[in-house]
Write a protein of this length. Sequence first.
Length: 399
Amino acid sequence: MTENKFGKPQMEGIMYCVRCCIPSTQELVKFDEMGICQACQSSEQKIHINWVEKEKELRKILEEAKSKAGNNYDCIVPISGGKDSTFQLYVLTQVYGMKPLAVTFSHNWFSETGWYNLLNSLEKFNVDHIMFTPNRDLVNRIAKRSLEAIGDTCWHCHAGVGAFPLQAAIRFNIPLLIYGESIAESSGRSTYKNPLMEFNLDYFMKVSTKRNPKEMVCDYISEKDMKPFFFPSIEELDKAGVRLMHLGDYIFWDDERQMEFVRDNFGWKETEVEGTYKGYKSAECIMPGMHDFTNYLKRGFGRATHQASVDVRNGLLSREEGFELANKYDNEIPESLEYYLKVTGMTKEEFYKMMMEKRLPEIKHIDLPVVEKTRKNKERILPYPEQLIEREENKKNNG
Ligand SMILES: [Zn+2]
């Protein structure tokens, strides 16, 4: 029972990348003949890219966008309030003198820290901003449906974050959308040498069909409810000349450095994020713990595996240390499970039963232990609007 498992992966008999801690159960992961995952290949390519040349390309694209835009906004920047958003706004407004329109699809699960970070970034860089917020009841209903539909709690966020900036691009006639991190960085879906660049039909179809709002309709969700989540049609996007780009394909992307930069210079704040040892990714949301816990129950790994793998690639951890961290955090029951059960009306038993059904066939036989989280999360696990209301009610009751 107590054999030494130091630095060993969670799942026995499952293939893991020979460099990092990513298992073959990750969606769309590809290994080369040496057993190295795409994200690891990508991080090697990144060092050999001529970033000076890339930056020149970027400058040219942005200058062109400016001259085309005339008196309109130069581009749309989709922002969440995360450290990437703040960094994007910094680069575009301060370094390149762009005038972006910032757009936010709110998941309506803002953490207090996240809400502060979003408002702070708008104040610091003086950008105009629009935000779409689906109502609380709808978010709760979709969260319930999401679990059986895609096996995680966050369909409304995945879909809305994809659809809303495109809707805004068409509505405000701003064809250029500028995202942050390259898809090659850690998603494992492409590499710097084989990028999923620009806007192409295949990519669009892949993303949009996977998140088809029509498939979410059920006895408690109508097609009318789904209105905010529909992508514009290919024809509309084509006509408007909509293009996507990622800053990370043009400037050397270093998560940790960029976070420190926006933290030290612009007041961006970290927090505790459930299910991992780092506090700067998804800090804007109260639910990443649930998103990643469901991934663990489905695929046998969570956020700590991801982040440890990035640290291994960057030479900050050994692969064994990475597995240790992953084993410590991935299997912890997040505090946000309680909130999820409350708003969806599900029982704990129903939740675990559903997750067992969603578990990949190749790991159904593997025991995936879960452990109670004994410390209280630093960030309150309640959407910030609800915290504000609660605070006022407490004041009234106590005063
Ligand atoms: Zn790898």
